[in-house]
Ligand binder design. Structure first.
Ligand SMILES: [Zn+2]
Length: 278
């Protein structure tokens, strides 16, 4: 039974969009912006082995978009999803399950490969898991999120027959439970790993980085920001009380942290690499 993070490289997103109503004078020292006001973010996935199954959580931005598209996001860094899987000692063929927290392109891009003019799942032996209500939301996108739901990342999963819906079939990992949240997008799935008596929670885009722990730090991308604040409040309260470890998908530096209640509200406690906590 092992849980590890997988680096898939960095990208850039507009700092104003990432920090919502929080002014730049407050966020600029947390994640300095470039001359185009873009900040650097990680796309950090997880790999979890339990008994004979191997689970990948999220897949990064992938490789199949155009240079123009990738240029908007200034992909950089030397890591890639496939390299990180190999470095962890596995091959793509050994992945039995892929959990997609949601279907925005920076989470699902690596799930599908383009070979010539063919699109096919990058993990040929895996079952791909998505919440059914999120699937419906993504394949009939609203105008606000439409640019984030790219059909070439999504539709080949269903066409391959490898798609399975969370809540409709038992998820085959007994140590994982789910929290579903609706503020960032409809029914985003947050996996909670119960390992050695501790809860380790992958925060996906509910709390994308350690800078987003304080309550007002909510992304402008969220479709229901007030709901995100409610969801953060209840999750962070429980995380502080039960000493959870939170994993940040997009934090460029900090992989994992505990949180604690302070006079100013919830704040980061201990922080470091996931492996330092296990
Ligand atoms: Zn997202």
């Amino acid at each position: 039974m092992t849980l590890q993070t997988l680096d898939t490289g960095f990208f850039k997103l507009d700092g104003g969009a990432m920090f919502g109503v929080v002014p730049k004078v407050l966020w600029q020292h947390l994640n300095p912006a470039d001359e185009q006001n873009r900040c650097t973010w990680a796309m950090r996935c997880l790999l979890y082995e339990q008994d004979s199954r191997l689970l990948l959580v999220d897949t990064g931005i992938g490789t199949k978009q155009s240079n123009k598209f990738f240029g908007h996001y200034d992909l950089h860094g030397t890591a890639s999803l496939t390299d990180s899987i190999h470095r962890a000692g596995y091959s793509e063929n050994e992945i039995t399950d892929v959990l997609l927290t949601h279907l925005h392109f920076d989470h699902v891009g690596g799930a599908v490969l383009r070979l010539g003019d063919q699109l096919s799942p990058a993990f040929p032996n895996a079952t791909y898991w998505v919440h059914p209500a999120h699937w419906q939301w993504a394949v009939n996108p609203n105008p606000r999120e439409k640019a984030s739901f790219l059909p070439e990342n999504i539709l080949p999963l269903q066409e391959s027959g490898q798609l399975q819906f969370l809540t409709q079939k038992p998820f085959p990992f007994s140590d994982i439970e789910f929290r579903y949240v609706d503020g960032h997008t409809e029914k985003m799935a947050l996996p909670l790993f119960h390992i050695k008596g501790r809860t380790i929670a992958y925060m996906a885009d509910l709390i994308p980085s350690s800078a987003h722990v304080p309550l007002p730090y909510v992304m402008s991308y969220d479709v229901r920001p007030l709901l995100t604040m409610d969801e953060k409040t209840s999750l962070l309260k429980q995380a502080a009380q039960e000493n959870w470890l939170l994993l940040f998908e997009h934090d460029p530096i900090i992989e994992a942290a505990t949180v604690e209640m302070t006079d100013k509200g919830v704040r980061i406690g201990q922080q470091g690499k996931l492996a330092e906590f296990l």
